[in-house]
Design a protein around this ligand. Structure first.
Ligand code: FPP
Length: 247
């Protein structure tokens, strides 16, 4: 598929990759096969985002609530991330992709944390797409960690509580150096945020599509960008352009 021209490209697209299990169930396959197929969709989406000129792509790969899944599935998801970094890091680096990880790193086991740190370090000066992987990520947990960090500064006498404002809270979130998502896509027909980027989504556009994540591809990604281009974002103000531009 050729890369279509679009009038308005979102700077930051975030995706809740849902439906791996149902994709597998429908085919009588184990859930792990759905996750592996989902990994292929990840690769295609990263490429498509780069081609479209999207600056930030955030993928919700493992939530802080996913620990309650069967141990084998948790291990499988950890293994997929490990393999993704090991196998794809060189190519991502070659494509000038910068990797950022958000989420609580404390609970990550064994070699995973050093691997993630290495991926961030190796790619930190890259200037094309920033691929943000949300791993062991939960928005409420992120906001709690930011609040604790501010409270510690207040207790140490470094911060006047009256000086705390929205920008300061943003600066303590895992996404401190990342702009808010312009577009949040969720696959599989579910229509909720599931503790994903709650603070950052204040003015995001939402798109819920019926396809399961393993079926997501470049064509669906560009369709989503086209829908985004047709939206009229007002950020609480009145419309600047009465007619929205469609790519
Ligand atoms: C939701 O499907 C998907 C996940 C919990 C994991 C998504 C992970 C990947 C696609 C692979 C790893 C990604 C990276 C970036 C390394 P589900 O299992 O909840 O599906 P269901 O709702 O149909 O059961």
């Amino acid at each position: 598929m050729a890369t279509p021209e679009l009038a308005i490209i979102p700077r930051h697209v975030a995706i809740i990759m849902d439906g791996n299990g149902r994709w597998a169930n429908k085919r009588g396959l184990p859930r792990t096969v759905g996750h592996s197929k989902g990994m292929e969709a990840v690769r295609e989406t990263v490429k498509a985002a780069g081609e479209a000129g999207v600056e930030y792509l955030t993928l919700f790969a493992f939530s802080s609530e996913n620990w309650s899944r069967p141990e084998a599935e948790v291990n499988d998801l950890m293994g997929l991330l490990r393999r993704f970094i090991r196998r794809d890091l060189a190519e991502l680096h070659h494509s000038n992709v910068r990797i950022r990880i958000i989420g609580d790193r404390v609970k990550l086991r064994g070699d995973l944390l050093p691997l993630l740190l290495e991926a961030e370090e190796t790619t930190r000066n890259n200037t094309a797409l920033t691929l943000v992987i949300a791993f062991n990520y939960g928005s409420r947990d992120e906001i709690v960690r930011a609040t604790v960090s501010l409270a510690k500064d207040v207790r140490a006498g470094l911060l006047d509580p009256e000086a705390i404002d929205a920008a300061m809270i943003c600066g303590r979130l895992d996404t401190a150096d990342i702009p808010d998502p312009d577009l949040i896509i969720r696959t599989s027909g579910e229509e909720r945020l599931s503790n994903f980027l709650l603070w950052q989504a204040a003015y995001s556009e939402f798109l819920f599509i019926p396809e399961y994540w393993p079926d997501f591809d470049k064509q669906l990604f560009f369709q989503a960008l086209k829908v985004y281009a047709s939206r009229d974002r007002r950020f609480g103000a009145v419309s600047a352009t009465p007619t929205a531009v469609v790519g």
